[in-house]
Write a protein that binds this ligand. Sequence first.
Ligand SMILES: NC(=O)c1ccc[n+]([C@@H]2O[C@H](COP(=O)([O-])OP(=O)(O)OC[C@H]3O[C@@H](n4cnc5c(N)ncnc54)[C@H](O)[C@@H]3O)[C@@H](O)[C@H]2O)c1
Length: 405
Amino acid sequence: MIKIGVVGCGLQAATIASYVGVYGDEYEVVAVADMNIANAKSRLAEKKVHVSADCKFYADVDEFIAAKPPVDGIIIGTFCTYHTETACKLEQLGVPLYIEKPVAINLEQLKQLYNTFKNSSTPIEVSLPMRLCPLTRRAKSLIDAGLLGKVHQVVGYEDTHGEIYFSTWFRDAEKTGGMFMQKAVHDIDYLFYLTGCNPVEVCAMRAKSYYQGDKPYDMTCGECPDKMTCPEGPMTQFKEMGRYENVCEAIEKNSMRMNPDGKVGTKKFCVFSKDIAIEDIGECIFRMESGAHVTHTQNFIAKAYACRRGARICGSLATLEIDFNNSTLALYHHRNNSVERYTVDQGKLSHYGGDRELIYDYIQTIKTGKRARTDLIAGNGVMSTLACICARESADSAKFIKIEL
Ligand SMILES: NC(=O)c1ccc[n+]([C@@H]2O[C@H](COP(=O)([O-])OP(=O)(O)OC[C@H]3O[C@@H](n4cnc5c(N)ncnc54)[C@H](O)[C@@H]3O)[C@@H](O)[C@H]2O)c1
């Protein structure tokens, strides 16, 4: 029986906890620390997590540590601000940790985290599933087989709608560190993995361009006098975008993020609120140790068929294109007019199947002590967060920033 502890047991941590049984292992959650215990219980129930009948609930990580619960692994899913502090406190228990991304939201935290774990015997797996999903691993095998030749340029992109980021807690920049850390960190990790080396320096830009507005920060869509003419409002969503059954449902769904059980929900706020400090467009360019350039661009404006997530990797011999949303790779040869196309089934679990591998590694670490592929230290799980912190600094100072800890 695998005994799991959770610190910060919201949607994400409960989802990961629910995966602990996917390889047939018996498990149960025996200890939970959360500043909102009612929310934690609700999320565990919603995700159908196996919770021990005498599971203990604590108000914070200090109480959790003092109680010395008999756990084989601990999942950290607090708000991003607390990831470092929580992990550093838990290190002393010597139990394999699973930490959500970003592992830190500023350089000071990241140094503390790195220094705490660099010589520690406590394994710490970072939630970086994009480098583990079948599509990325197939791309890596083509690159490693030499089909592209030397890699010169990598251009990654994610264009996706921003509703969740601009209407829920993700809009609080101090809770997430901004969208490089919150979103790009996943893709920058797999882009570095494919390039096969570390970044040296970065230049970047970011801005809030589309979600400009002067609505109160805590006003819901339902409360807004302009909701029927708003470009993101219920009328547009129902009549033009074809979402929801009717305008009333659109108002309700725009104002409340319901749990699947329909019982508990959290308020959603106007995406055009003033004082939202996260960006909706962002770009960064990394100079890699190999001399290659890695670019990543993201926006939270695109919708419907305009959404995309993927990358083009240009080598001497061929260009490889990854398309996550269509599960395809295309290998365009430079020396002849041929294109090889691959469809790679993602299989089950989120992040294009990457979570299946993440949880496999975590279970192996619990059973054997073997470090995960995305371990903070052994798996270079620290690098994408470091790169994103430096990208943010570059964007905010309009300077090239050296990437070093
Ligand atoms: N890997 C991914 O793709 C992915 C997806 C979503 C969220 N996340 C990350 O997971 C984390 C949680 O996100 P979520 O969507 O589950 O949020 P959430 O609001 O659903 O859950 C957070 C939970 O942690 C608790 N909490 C926060 N800080 C705490 C602290 N210091 N001590 C104790 N409890 C604390 C809250 O009360 C809440 O129950 C974030 O860091 C987010 O970036 C990762």
